[in-house]
Design a protein. Structure first.
Length: 463
């Protein structure tokens, strides 16, 4: 196998982060691929973080980085918010794991049900993957049907059902190890095609439709609000539950999430990330008559055969409940969300200006405080950085590809070299604690990172 010549970016990266390289060598002998999340994989090694504060973090080699990965989107209030830390410390002094209910989880649930339009009841779990899995089970139990309709390319975690008909080619599971027997329980439709959805619902065997209300994977293909409303109308007409996967959008777009922002109320919604203030925690919320299928009735036949079983050692963990209660209290008036969204607008505008200056094709776009950056060679993407024109011109299939692999990897490393972290090199989030100055510094860093990739011959700008 031919060994590629290291680029200038690779050489600079290895020289700048020697301790991360050492730690990765240790990790590879202990953990598959050396990491614990597929997105954290980066060749030749990922950056190891030592500490963080507000909108910054420091790696093990001592470099300060402006953070737009923000806990995979969880940290809209930044790292180490003093109110959240105080709540965690106070709870730690009381009990870290009670193996019993605590008062704190009631306060947490009160905030969720007050802020989220669909939330008459809430059940806490540990992760977004658990939340979507439980929501599907609830829908199947409530309806008596086995089929869940999903939208192609929308992400709902890594459990078996979520790996069926997720990515093209849709007839192949997105992961090895998923039983073929599950194929008959999932049905997929393209986004923005109400006709296809109506045909999928027509057999009368559907328990629920599940989707990301901002579009697949942090709005890679932005959602058409008219289509979203059409989905709501179709599901109501067919008597099918609608599940919004608000793991990313919940409490970030607005205090009430995407359902408040778009004015479309689902029957169930799943949450993680911002709901727990930066510690592990998630939830399913929704209509009381559906959610109450988890509850006991004292009827042995019902409780054994019709009730939805849900357990979980870390469900409503006291530390998550304390952090989540503190975070949602701070997020309840929408000020933080508006601040983060304004900063994201500034970032997107600056990045697009930098792209125009460098002559590289691409665009930064996104909804509220979520952003995505796609760049490509000359002729690969249209010659415009106007977000509306770009999204209207680029086919859905190309948007889903994003920045192509070699360019994305080089750009990710170049971002670190220039002092910014954008998750996987192509998408991220602003927080309420980023500053205008940090945004301007990051835009300049983005331009320098692009220049590095161009200089290495990995990205061809327009002539």
């Amino acid at each position: 196998m031919a060994i590629s010549t290291p680029t200038a970016i690779d050489q600079a990266y290895r020289a700048a982060f020697p301790r991360s390289a050492e730690l990765y060598e240790q990790a590879r002998g202990l953990m598959p691929a050396g990491v614990n999340h597929d997105v954290r994989q980066l060749h030749p090694f990922p950056i190891y973080i030592d500490r963080a504060s507000d909108s910054r973090k420091w790696d093990v080699d001592g470099h300060e980085v402006i953070d737009f990965a923000v806990g995979h989107g969880a940290l809209i209030l930044g790292h180490g918010h003093p109110t959240i830390l105080a709540a965690i410390h106070a709870q730690a002094d009381k009990v870290t794991h009670a193996a019993a209910p605590t008062e704190q989880e009631i306060r947490w649930a009160e905030l969720v049900t007050r802020l989220v339009p669909c939330a008459e009841r809430v059940r806490f779990v540990l992760s977004g993957t658990e939340a979507t899995m439980l929501a599907m089970r609830l829908a199947r139990a409530y309806s008596g049907h086995s089929t869940v309709v999903r939208v192609q390319n929308h992400f709902h975690g890594w459990h078996d059902y979520a790996m069926v008909q997720w990515l093209p080619p849709y007839e192949a599971h997105a992961s090895a190890g998923v039983p073929d027997a599950l194929d008959s329980t999932m049905r997929a439709v393209p986004m923005d095609d109400l006709g296809a959805l109506e045909r999928a619902l027509a057999p009368g065997d559907v328990a629920a439709v599940i989707l990301e209300p901002d579009g697949p994977v942090v709005g890679t293909v932005p959602m058409d609000p008219v289509w979203l409303q059409g989905v709501r109308e179709l599901t109501e007409r067919h008597g099918v539950l609608l599940i919004f996967d608000e793991v990313v959008t919940g409490f970030r777009l607005t205090p009430g999430g995407a359902q408040q922002y778009f004015g479309v109320t689902p029957d169930l919604a799943t949450f993680a990330k911002a709901i727990a203030g930066g510690v592990p925690g998630a939830a399913v919320a929704g209509r009381a008559d559906v959610m109450d299928r988890i509850g006991f009735r004292g009827d042995p036949a019902y409780d054994r055969h019709q009730r939805v079983v849900h357990m979980g050692t870390y469900s409503a963990h006291p530390m998550a409940a304390a952090a989540g209660t503190a975070a949602l209290t701070l997020l309840a008036d929408g000020t933080a969300q508006d601040r983060a969204a304004a900063l994201a607008d500034r970032l997107r505008d600056g990045v697009n200006a930098a792209l125009a200056d460098t002559g590289v094709s691409g665009c930064a776009y996104g909804l509220r405080s979520c952003f995505r950056v796609i760049v490509g060679d000359a002729g690969d993407l249209p010659d415009t950085t106007d977000r509306v024109e770009f999204l209207a011109t680029v086919p859905v299939e190309r948007l889903l590809i994003g920045t192509r692999g070699p360019i994305k990897s080089a750009l990710h490393k170049a971002f670190f070299l220039e002092g910014i972290d954008i998750l996987a090199g192509n998408h991220g989030w602003t927080s309420a604690v980023h500053t205008d100055e940090q945004i301007d510094v990051s835009v300049a860093a983005f331009g320098r990172a692009i220049a590095r990739v161009v200089k290495d011959g990995l990205l061809r700008p327009r002539s």
